[in-house]
Design a protein around this ligand. Structure first.
Ligand SMILES: Cc1cc2nc3c(=O)[nH]c(=O)nc-3n(C[C@H](O)[C@H](O)[C@H](O)COP(=O)(O)OP(=O)(O)OC[C@H]3O[C@@H](n4cnc5c(N)ncnc54)[C@H](O)[C@@H]3O)c2cc1C
Length: 445
């Protein structure tokens, strides 16, 4: 199904669904339990409820939103520790939702960046051009590479005969343009994984501390209960869910737990996933992107939107990218990113150790940087209800793997989430549209 068809479906889902449910409603409404109150779960629950189904949403955490989470620990500086950008605003169904929810969306230019060597010196114009040339070269090589090749293998080919400084620039591009975006190491991300789906146009927009308004708005009017689902058993007559709050019966279940939770086997499924679906769970992997926000008494850094630091080889991939929150949030704060295996390691550090590492990297560029006043950080990698940040393709055909997950388990349990999106995996809108897609599938069934 292409994006246009899906968007039409999003708009028409309640109408189409109420027609298909007319008969069922005469007897009793179809009972659907949606597991997970992230954007996929909320999107599915709204479409199903609007169609007349009796929908219960079960959510393990004491909040909605899943990987969309705004921390209000600092009342004057709300922070999105999960998703924060609408990636492409043209044709993005969440633009309208954000507006209705009262969320601001501010144009954000990732190309407004100042880049430094980790030792402290800013890149010269010539070095900047070399960096950009590597970006172009990698983008082109990805188009031409054989199926199933890893990004690391590709970079190795490009990187032959480079001097040490150039090698560092290439590694930096690989890290910030691919590992950060997909959350996987260049050695496990395949070329197919690195250009899946359909990038929306119109540029990126930052939801400055407002992302959480979107799930809060979508959750309005839904029956959402706090419970951790432990097992789901589908039989001919219906589905039984075993949860921390007891057993629940349903006609259908929409299961939107993240890929990492599925892979960990935290929800026991009967019947189990088919062989094809088990293979699919190995062909896409759960990536990691972690955020660390440091709050200061004053701005001591450049005014660009993004600060990049090209690490030394021994620290490859560490503290390589920072977003300047001062212009958009009006507060002196920097948000640092660490991805893939580096991000996984950062998630195991305590707050003091993480701050020390971050400041060590920043002080090489800004030796007079004051101590931070406070810090906040994400820990998606070790969170049992996410087990990572988002999925990435680690095979020659990740799209086939995602599509294989669309087949219902036992005819009654339907998977949805960013990981099942063919068009926009790794995103909020991808997850939300998947909610509509799965709702339509349930209603058809
Ligand atoms: C650090 C980070 C940055 C990101 N940046 C962006 C960005 O800028 N733009 C963008 O578009 N996307 C971004 N994303 C991706 C985006 O957040 C996700 O793709 C999207 O929110 C996923 O939605 P979902 O509904 O598929 O899953 P989730 O939001 O994870 O929802 C699944 C829900 O299931 C619940 N759950 C798990 N296990 C159980 C259980 N056993 N029982 C009951 N409930 C359970 C979870 O608590 C969760 O609420 C980012 C993600 C992260 C982590």
């Amino acid at each position: 199904m292409n994006r246009r068809v899906l968007l039409r479906l999003l708009a028409a889902a309640p109408v189409a669904a109420s027609l298909s449910l007319t008969q069922a409603r005469a007897a009793r409404p179809v009972r659907v339990v949606v597991v997970g109150a992230g954007l996929a779960g909320l999107g599915a629950a709204r479409a199903l409820a609007a169609a007349g189904a009796a929908v219960t949403v079960l959510e393990a955490r004491g909040r909605v939103g899943g990987r969309v989470f705004t921390s209000h620990a600092w009342p004057d500086l709300p922070l999105d520790l999960g998703a924060s950008w609408l990636h492409g605003i043209k044709g993005n169904p969440l633009v309208g939702v954000a507006k209705q929810a009262g969320a601001r969306a501010v144009a954000f230019n990732f190309d407004d960046v100042e880049t430094f060597w980790a030792e402290g010196r800013q890149l010269t114009a010539r070095e900047e051009r070399r960096l950009e040339a590597f970006e172009d070269q990698l983008a082109q090589a990805v188009e031409d590479a054989p199926a199933g090749q890893s990004l690391a293998a590709l970079a190795q080919r490009i990187g032959r005969n480079l001097n040490p400084a150039e090698s560092r620039l290439l590694a930096h591009v690989l890290n910030t343009s691919f590992e950060h975006e997909f959350g996987g190491t260049a050695s496990s991300l395949t070329v197919q994984g690195s250009h899946e789906g359909d990038n929306l146009r119109g540029g990126d927009a930052l939801l400055p501390g407002d992302a959480g308004l979107i799930p809060a708005f979508l959750a309005r009017g839904l029956n959402i209960q706090t419970a951790t689902v432990q097992a789901i058993a589908a039989a001919r007559g219906g589905v039984t869910l075993t949860t921390s709050a007891g057993q629940i019966q349903a006609d259908h279940v929409v299961l939107t737990v993240p890929l990492g939770v599925l892979q960990a086997g935290s929800v026991r499924l009967t019947p189990p996933l088919s062989r094809t679906q088990q293979d699919a769970l190995a062909a896409i992997k759960m990536g990691v992107l972690e955020k660390c926000v440091l709050r200061f008494s004053r701005v001591f850094w450049e005014s660009s939107s993004v600060l990049d630091i090209v690490p030394e080889p021994a620290q490859a991939g560490q503290w390589a990218e920072w977003v300047n929150l001062a212009p958009v949030m009006g507060q002196p704060a920097l948000m640092g990113f660490n991805a893939a295996e580096v991000g996984r390691r950062m998630a195991t550090l305590d707050d003091a150790a993480l701050t020390r590492e971050a400041m060590r990297a920043l002080r090489r560029i800004y030796p007079n940087a004051p101590d931070p006043l406070a810090m906040q950080r994400s820990r998606w990698a070790t969170d049992p209800f996410s087990q990572g940040s988002y999925s990435f393709g680690s095979s020659a055909d990740p799209q086939a793997a995602r599509a294989a997950l669309h087949a219902p388990i036992g005819g009654r349990v339907w998977l949805a989430g960013e990981h099942t999106s063919l068009l926009n995996p790794q995103t909020m809108h991808g997850a939300y549209v998947e909610g509509a897609r799965v709702a339509a599938d349930v209603l058809k069934a």
